[in-house]
Design a protein around this ligand. Structure first.
Ligand code: SAM
Ligand code: SF4
Length: 480
């Protein structure tokens, strides 16, 4: 009897995703799902990851699942039995790159009809993307979103054994899946999700629709994961969430919040704790005070401001004013004088005037940022701002971006100059891109350092004296 696979043809819907219900988040144990060891024996996979750290962390889970099924990673894309694009939807050009790649991969599918070609992540969470795949990329075998990674074994079984196409994307708000296996990219630095989703609904942003409602992992699960990483010899963890400062707001039976989590991690035997991303609205003084204890809590904070104009911030639904942001920044510098701050800024938001843009430049000067990710606003279908009137040309927006970047680059250099002739601690990542004899790693303040050293220092924390300062990196000599 032929199985009915129509259940998989579930399309996502931004309209449904917009609804936030007050249902309790279910915590699902992956071990209850995983059944098919050996299924991937003799088969290889390759994953291409686009976008933010959240997607990189998801890729580590997908790899974990595939290797638990006995798939092995292929060296080359053209040799792989399974190719998966784990995608990002944040800006239109990110999406265009993925469609371009899907077009290129059609040839691989022609050469090897047994190849399984899949797309996962944020893009399939958008209805229009799934429609486009259904219509224009019929050779794609597997489409799933951010909420149902744990069902990958079941989907693969369907594609391989039944030769059926699987498209399943949940528009629902998402649960928490514990105990998914992971193959981490790095053996010393690890991502640790502390929460999933986002409830902020900034008017320009697609994330609340693609990643579901905000839901925090239980602290005991997070601390256990960090302890496991310590046992494995990890030196650095980066806590991940779209708004880490609202961690715990969804707990109904506990007052535990982000500052408590940092306090608990501060007592643990991990060398470095970082976190991203912070939201200025929820970054409380308790958190600043805990960070001031330093130890393993790194003096580096990424604090997206988006704009320096109160009018624009309001239309972006950021829920803070420029004055409140500056007050927070001043508190950070007061309690953590050696802190390095970076930010995200969007230019050319619909209706942004020259004067409002100048307010952003002014704020960048005042806050002494040591770096920033700067973006031209990209309309995302289904978000409120996509309907806002926008009469600025792309050329004008780009001019603003260049002007802003000049100021931001001054900040990078100023931040690096602070460390001229100082001794810094570098966690060595590996050899430099440009030379095998040069090692590269990051300082506590997240500055890239290159220095001459032996490869056995990789993965260790090394003291380096800075001898040369450039805009994007520092050069130094090992001390002792
Ligand atoms: N949750 C984080 C936050 O609130 O800052 C990061 C979200 S997003 C992955 C990273 C950055 O992309 C945002 O801070 C914002 O500057 C930028 N971004 C988001 N949507 C955008 C859009 N539609 N156009 C241009 N930039 C956008
Ligand atoms: Fe997007 Fe705003 Fe959520 Fe960040 S906080 S993910 S910018 S909606």
């Amino acid at each position: 009897m032929k199985k009915d696979y129509s259940k998989y043809f579930v399309k996502p819907s931004i309209k449904d995703a917009r609804k936030r219900k007050s249902t309790e988040t279910a915590v699902i144990d992956f071990n209850e799902y995983f059944l098919m060891k050996g299924f991937g024996k003799g088969k290889t996979y390759k994953i291409e990851t686009y976008g933010c750290q959240g997607n990189e962390a998801d890729t580590e889970k997908i790899r974990g699942i595939l290797e638990a099924l006995d798939f092995t990673e292929s060296d080359k894309l053209e040799d792989a039995d399974l190719i998966l694009l784990n995608t990002c939807a944040i800006r239109e050009n990110a999406e265009n790159r993925v469609f371009g790649e899907l077009g290129r991969l059609k040839q691989y599918k022609k050469n090897n009809p047994d190849l399984i070609l899949g797309i996962s992540g944020c893009m399939p969470q958008e209805e229009k993307v799934v429609d486009r795949i259904l219509n224009k990329f019929q050779y794609v075998d597997l489409v799933f979103g951010t909420h149902n990674i744990y069902k990958l074994p079941e989907y693969l079984e369907t594609v391989v054994l039944s030769k059926e196409r699987v498209i399943e994307v949940f528009s629902e708000e998402g649960n928490i899946i514990e105990n998914m296996p992971k193959i981490r990219e790095n053996t010393k630095k690890a991502w640790v999700n502390i929460m999933y989703g986002c409830d902020e609904f900034c008017t320009y942003c697609i994330v609340p629709y693609t990643r579901g409602k905000e839901r925090s992992r239980k602290s005991e699960h997070i601390l256990a994961e960090v302890q496991e990483l310590i046992n494995q010899g990890y030196k650095e963890v980066t806590l991940l969430g779209q708004n880490v400062n609202s961690y715990g707001n969804d707990f109904t039976e506990s007052e535990y919040k982000f500052s408590n989590l940092l306090e608990d991690l501060n007592k643990m035997d991990i060398d470095r704790v970082r976190f991203t991303t912070s939201h200025p609205k929820d970054f409380d003084l308790d958190t600043v005070k805990v960070l001031a204890k330093q130890g393993n809590l790194m003096p580096y904070i990424h604090l997206p401001v988006q704009s320096g104009s109160n009018e624009v911030l309001k239309r972006m639904n950021r829920k803070y004013t420029k004055e409140q942001y500056i007050e927070l920044v001043n508190n950070i510098y007061k309690y953590i004088p050696n802190a390095s701050l970076t930010t995200d800024i969007i230019v050319g938001f619909p209706g942004e005037t020259e004067e409002q843009f100048n307010e952003t430049l002014d704020l960048v000067e005042k806050c002494k940022f040591e770096g920033a990710f700067t973006f031209v606003y990209s309309p995302r279908e289904g978000t409120p701002a996509a309907k806002y009137e926008d009469d600025m040309t792309m050329e004008e927006k780009k001019q603003r971006l260049y002007k802003l970047n000049e100021l931001v680059n001054d900040g990078y250099l100023r931040g690096n100059l602070r460390f001229d002739n100082k001794i810094v601690k570098v966690l060595v990542d590996g050899v430099s891109k440009n030379s095998d004899e040069i090692l590269a790693g990051y300082t506590e303040n997240n500055k890239l350092v290159n220095f001459k050293g032996n490869e056995d220092l990789i993965g260790k924390i090394v003291e380096v004296r800075i001898t040369e300062v450039k805009t994007w990196s520092l050069k130094g000599e090992q001390v002792g």
